[in-house]
Design a protein around this ligand. Sequence first.
Ligand code: SF4
Ligand code: SF4
Length: 436
Amino acid sequence: MIKNIELLTSPEFRSKLSQCIHCGLCLPACPTYNALGTEMDTPRGRIALMRAASDGRIELVDFKDSLTQHINLCLACRSCETSCPSDVNYGNLIEAARIVVEHNRSSGMAERFLRWLGTKQLMTNRSLLRFIARALYVYETIGMQQVVRSTNLLPKTLQAMEAILPPINPHYQDYRVPAPADGNKRGNVLFFTGCIQEGFLPQVNQATVRVLQRNGFDVHTPASQTCCGAAHLHLGDEEYAKRLACRNIDTFLAHEGEFSAVINNAGGCGASLKEYPHLLTGDPVYAQKAKQFSDKVKDISEFLMENLHSPPEGELKVRATYSDSCHLRHGQKVVNQPRQLLGMIPGLELVELSSPDLCCGSAGVYNITQIDTADKILDAKMADIAATGANLIVTSNTGCQMQLIAGVRRAGLEAKVLHVVEVLDLSYEKESVNSE
Ligand code: SF4
Ligand code: SF4
């Protein structure tokens, strides 16, 4: 008996499945099809497998060998959604399939412990995350990292985790005090910091706050916020993701009426926050609140393009390329805004990738759980980046930024990887220095 199979047999799920007309137009947009070349690793193939499971045509033993394998290889990047002429909501389909797969999988003690530690302790505890980040900073700066990287002695999974560790700058902002607007105040916003972002790339959050201040906003960062729950959903733990969602909703709605938006700067987190209404559908207490909350959620680029009062004027002489975050591009449909912001910076030459819509292989924890395929996808992305000749790679999601930093090292490129908001912040800084 397949556990939780009702998620794949509900009329709602079957109706979403039936929207696929098997046209195959999504195939070229699918990174796993590009990397592996197999029909079962395309959106169409995975939908066919989901339909077979839904119709009861897959036995438990085959389920583990077929559906599980191909669902786990999906990045959930949702590139297929953008190219689908039939509006198949692939994101919802893969989310349900993952929960079923997860509930029918047996995992070892070590894996269960690592998941518990990562998703239920680290990601939900800012102090612990900062403590670990500081320890890793020491590991990076006393030369241990060089030794570890040169010996390749770590087990494969730990090696993959180590490879995406960015250079850590453990100087954390005290968010208990709201950051006041520079000059004329135009409004108040709340800031969602994210978990890994705040632990490992705190400079991105600090740049976000400065850019918002520069544009006339007081920035409040509620202390009781927690992880968005995207990684938990990615790993099929819907119940825990719901708990985190409810806590965030309560935290941010407690300030209802005092702010105009909830700003976030990570494409994956933002997509997850905007999808709380779907996650909490049917919840008697939170369904309505989730809608109220998600209506306020804005990615930083999306918000700035609607509220930019101080265009960046400091010159940055760089050749840059922008690597989309899949969840920002395909999930939130925020495509032009980051490019428009970069395009305003004097001196910055923006060169498009030939396939900006393809994932970099980060995809939540994909680069740790599907190491070989993630590496193939990353190599394709880095070749595309190298062809632009850019010395600055710009992105808009924590996982992508870490993956691209690792990709630059892997490909031997001479390029910096920054978030859009860090580039804006640099331009503002340059402007201030010039005017002194
Ligand atoms: S979500 Fe991404 S990897 Fe998965 S089927 Fe769609 S395009 Fe392919
Ligand atoms: S493009 Fe859409 S309708 Fe066509 S095969 Fe892909 S998912 Fe199905």
